[in-house]
Design a binder for this molecule. Structure first.
Ligand code: V47
Length: 477
């Protein structure tokens, strides 16, 4: 059946330097032919179905662009490189919203048109109640968290995603690459003070490191820490490994699993809609490749997470398109565990002109995600990115997971996040309980490890975030 998403206004790519070019599909085995991404590459992609499902009822009307968004680096007249769109979606008639409410209550699937209507619905608290209703059916009053550590092996990256503050060129100030011994020592040092159950490993696309580096890395980490689950490599990294080795996704994943890979994080999804994707991360794999890697992983029994980067130049229709592509794949495989909307952070990157999504926009996106993704069990508020206050509020908008202890976060703190690097686990328990919910420590694949009763504050108050060490591996702030 044709997917029907209301047509986005045609003029939403306002980059004056918007380039055109030929597609890069079909080049998977030859990394050398891919041009550097400067935000203007064009991929050859199938057109989105532009039928209007609402028969004129709710078709978006032209929107205004926000006044912010100027680039002043040249010293000449300022030229906006990226602008957020302010869409003016017509408020849906009551009977459409009532029909959506009925569907949610009987557990009926929402359509693309329903999703668009929710983006225009005037009552955010009503939307929150619906999302909480949908979430309660899945996980009741439970709010999950885990005890993990993030490890970014290298920030050297061939892609130059416009939103990224973390990447560096090889040899540039602040560039780093950990040796296997350094990574193992870092992980061991964490385990000595914190009972982590997971290492979360996400990295740049290093132009020169061989695939063996990653295989050796996983093998060394799993030998050193056999009880720690290795959640490693986004789908874009797997796509990269396939490019540099000539192996298929299945072969790459098989080798990594043999070496200790447990599951995969959800990064690299950004926004699937091709017109936006090519502008913000044109060098990365296409949406189709991202989805193909996850499909392959699921086929091999490897569970994965999913994400969407929001709050930049994407439209409501792009978000719905993204959610439905994930939902379709989940119908096919059932391998996604969780969806994590990632709020764009605007410091120190080429999209710094954009203002960031507000907590209210964030609440709407989380709630709609919960309602549209009826087949992905969990919705995560990544507190280190959102702040603990906003993450707590999102528990009323469909969230049932607050992520973990993280320990040392680089990607968001380099992009302007100000969340603490030092906080105790009892603080996280307090925030969850304060919302009338029950904190549950989980492992990576959502097995319950410990339920925390009302007054069960552990005397060993573990640090859920720690001061970041500066030095050889680069300074965050
Ligand atoms: O793909 C990078 C995002 C992702 C910025 O699976 C940014 O549990 C906002 O994979 N502003 C990588 N977002 C992180 C990732 C992840 C994070 C948390 C949980 C999980 C999980 C996975 O970080 C990238 C990109 O979408 N990102 N820069 C930025 N300036």
């Amino acid at each position: 059946m044709a997917r029907t998403i209301p047509a986005p206004p045609s003029a939403f790519t306002q980059d004056p330097a918007e380039a055109t070019g030929s597609g890069v599909n079909g080049l998977r085995r030859d990394p050398s032919v891919l041009p550097e991404d400067e935000g203007g590459l064009v991929r050859k992609v199938a057109d989105r179905d532009l039928l209007d499902p609402l028969a004129g009822n709710l078709a978006p009307v032209p929107f205004e662009t926000s006044p912010e968004g100027t680039s002043t680096t040249s010293g000449k007249a300022s030229v906006p490189m990226f602008r957020r769109v302010r869409e003016r979606l017509p408020v849906p008639p009551d009977h459409i919203l009532a029909e959506i409410e009925r569907k949610v209550h009987v557990g009926e699937r929402l359509s693309a048109a329903d999703g668009m209507a929710l983006f225009a619905s005037p009552d955010l608290l009503w939307l929150g109640r619906l999302a909480r209703h949908a979430q309660r059916r899945i996980s009741g009053d439970t709010v999950f968290f885990n005890i993990n550590r993030h490890l970014n092996l290298t920030n050297v990256c061939k892609a130059k995603c416009a939103f990224c503050s973390f990447r560096r060129d090889d040899g540039e100030a602040g560039a780093y690459t950990m040796t296997v011994a350094e990574a193992v020592a870092t992980a061991r040092a964490t385990v000595a003070t914190l009972p982590i159950t997971e290492l979360h490993i996400v990295n740049g696309l290093h132009p020169d490191l061989p695939f063996d580096y990653y295989v050796d890395m996983l093998r060394a980490l799993s030998d050193a820490l056999p009880h720690v689950h290795l959640k490693a490599f986004t789908a874009v990294e797997i796509w990269w490994f396939a490019r540099i080795t000539g192996k298929s996704y299945a072969e790459v994943l098989h080798d990594l699993r043999e070496a200790g890979l447990g599951s995969m994080p959800g990064g690299g999804a950004e926004i699937f809609a091709p017109a936006v994707r090519r502008r913000i991360c044109g060098y990365k794999s296409t949406a189709e490749d991202w989805l193909a890697v996850h499909r392959t992983a699921h086929g091999l029994g490897i569970r994965t997470n999913s994400t969407m980067l929001y709050g930049h130049i994407e439209t409501a229709a792009d978000r719905i398109d993204h959610l439905l592509r994930l939902r379709d794949l989940q119908d096919e495989t059932g391998g996604f565990q969780v969806f994590i909307p990632l709020r764009f952070h605007n410091a120190n990157n080429r999209m710094s002109d954009l203002s960031m999504a507000t907590p209210l926009e964030t609440a709407r996106i989380f709630a709609i995600s919960r309602l549209m993704l009826d087949n992905i069990p969990h919705l995560k508020a990544y507190w280190i990115m959102l702040g603990l206050d906003t993450a707590q509020m999102l528990l009323e908008f469909g969230v049932d997971d607050m992520d973990g202890t993280v320990v040392e976060e680089r990607i968001y703190h380099m992009a302007g996040a100000h969340t603490p690097h030092e906080m105790g686990r009892n603080e996280l328990l307090r925030v969850i309980r304060d919302a009338g919910r029950e904190p549950v420590q989980r492992d990576t694949t959502y097995n319950v490890m410990r339920r925390f009763a009302r007054d069960d504050d552990p005397s060993d108050d573990l640090p859920i975030a720690m001061p970041v060490q500066s030095g050889a591996l680069g300074v965050i702030q």
